[in-house]
Structures are given as C-alpha cells and as structure tokens.
Design a protein around this ligand. Structure first.
Ligand code: SF4
Length: 64
C-alpha cells in the first residue's frame, strides 16, 4: 500500500499526525509531510484513520 499526500490541499489541521505520527509530520507552517510513502503494516490502520479524518481530503491510501 502506498500513501499519497496532496500537500497543496492541506489545511494544517494536524489530524493525520495525531492518527499516524510514524507516517505524517508537519512543517513549520503546519503543512503535512509524508514520512513514509510505503508504511509498515502496523501503521496502516493509523493511515486509514488519517484518510478518514483529514478535513481537506488530502490523503489517499492506494494499492500498488
Ligand atoms: S489531516 Fe489533512 S489537512 Fe490536516 S495536516 Fe493532515 S493532510 Fe493536512
């Protein structure tokens, strides 16, 4: 599974970091940064939560 982040959509809410801090971080402006494009299996539930809670619909989890 691969994570896709559209940073230009990000509204810096930080919900993704709360859901999966091993996969997402935020820059100095609060814009999300992808730490792991292909996260380990144990982090996928957190990524799915981040996809669900992101208010900007800026995150996708896609099959490869
Ligand atoms: S949850 Fe969405 S809008 Fe909020 S910081 Fe993460 S990517 Fe940006």
């Amino acid at each position: 599974m691969k994570v896709e982040l559209e940073a230009d959509k990000c509204v810096a809410s930080g919900q993704c970091v709360l859901a999966a801090m091993d996969v997402f971080d935020q820059d100095d402006d609060g814009i999300a940064i992808l730490l792991a494009e292909q996260p380990a299996a144990e982090h996928l539930d957190g990524v799915r939560e981040a996809v669900a809670v992101c208010p900007a619909a800026a995150i996708r989890l896609v099959d490869q």
